[in-house]
Ligand binder design. Structure first.
Ligand code: UT7
Length: 339
């Protein structure tokens, strides 16, 4: 038995904002942003678009792909949506604070009335966690066959425009994969590793509005309701944990870095990715980096990358793909996938 990816999709807002455009309003420059992060542009959702809109659009694309490729017997996305047993959304910018779960809204948009739903929020590691969670839930019950796993975030809604060290980093977007339980052996999600170092919970987050710091009557929006980050602390954690996570997946699977066709890392900073890759002597061509176009889209960065690779034909059936990432919490993890 295997949990295979039979469809991928993505949805990225049309509005593209270059570093130069940001530099008109913020004390920054294209040179600084590119040299410190690798970012050249980002896409922002318009004010009428919420995370569920992007998430559902990416999910729909994944369903269409599976139909187009003849991976399923269903002929329409409506029919295929009815066969979904599960929708897992990885996100930290849900449509509504606390409840309802944004995955409920996505279920409704897709007409996936038979799907159980959940939101999973562990910062930028949310998609990696969601993939493993969906695979485990499919494996846990013989009646479950298909799951849609989505990573979607609209970070432009929670950006602190007064803080130039964070506001230039983020973009909006969504990506999705359609999972199916099959009788094949040795394919699909082979293994995952998930972890957290909760001692770093103060380094990256949105610290206003929860049970610790609830909104009080008459309060106005201040920087507490936007993303705070200790960039240096997160940077140092990130390089170490990406290196360790890659090593752990290789060791647990009994393979070497040469066996990997492509590493698909969370797109937080090109320097972090290259530093971790260097420690494993990975050639640059095997490290997928698209941060120049999208910036850091949090939970969406890995599924957007998977969809780009899939649609361009850069990854093919049988290739060994490794996702790896980290995020607020601090959380981390990776998935090993035989495409
Ligand atoms: O998925 C979310 C996880 N987050 C991350 O992965 C982020 C991890 N951290 C980083 O990627 C880096 O720490 C940053 C890109 C956020 C910052 O890069 P850095 O090389 O660590 O810069 P820094 O914070 O040490 O700042 C260096 C200088 C400072 O100026 P002074 O004090 O040396 O004069 C900053 O004020 O760069 C300045 N600076 C900027 N200058 C122009 C900070 N942000 C900017 C900016 N434009 N946007």
């Amino acid at each position: 038995m295997a949990i295979e990816i039979i469809g991928t999709g993505r949805a990225v807002p049309n509005r593209r904002v270059t570093n130069d455009e940001l530099a008109e309003k913020i004390d920054t420059s294209d040179e600084w942003i590119r040299s410190h992060t690798g970012i050249g542009a980002r896409h922002y959702a318009d004010e009428n678009t919420a995370t569920s809109d992007l998430g559902a659009a990416a999910g729909l694309e994944a369903l269409k792909w599976a139909i187009q490729k003849g991976a399923v017997a269903e002929k329409t996305t409506e029919e295929l949506a009815l066969t979904l047993d599960l929708i897992v959304l990885g996100s930290t910018t849900q449509d509504y604070y606390g409840c309802p779960a944004t995955a409920c809204i996505i279920q409704n948009k897709l007409g996936a009335v038979n799907a159980a739903v959940m939101d999973l929020a562990v910062g930028c590691s949310s998609f990696i966690y969601s993939l493993e969670t969906a695979a485990a839930l499919l494996n846990a019950n013989s009646q479950r066959k298909r799951a849609l796993v989505i990573g979607a975030d609209i970070l432009s809604r929670v950006t602190n425009w007064e803080d130039r060290s964070t506001c230039v980093l983020f973009g909006d977007g969504a990506g999705a994969v359609l999972l199916e339980k099959t009788e094949t052996e040795g394919r699909g999600i082979l293994r995952s590793t998930l972890g957290a170092d909760g001692s770093g919970w103060e380094y990256l987050g949105i610290y206003k509005g929860g049970s610790r710091n609830p909104w009080k009557k008459g309060e106005t929006i201040d920087e507490g309701s936007t993303v705070f980050m200790n960039g240096q602390a997160v940077y140092n954690f990130a390089v170490g944990i990406l290196t360790e996570t890659i090593a752990k997946l290789l060791k647990d699977e009994g393979i070497t870095a040469e066996d990997i066709s492509m590493i698909v890392p969370h797109q937080a900073n090109a320097r972090i990715i290259l530093a971790a890759g260097k420690r494993h002597k990975m050639p640059k061509e095997k490290l997928y980096i698209n941060i120049e176009e999208y910036a850091n889209t949090s939970s969406a960065s890995i599924p957007i990358a998977l969809d780009e690779l899939n649609r361009s034909g850069a990854i093919k059936k049988g290739d060994l793909i490794m996702t790896v990432g980290f995020g607020s919490g601090l959380t981390y993890g990776g998935n090993l996938i035989r495409w």
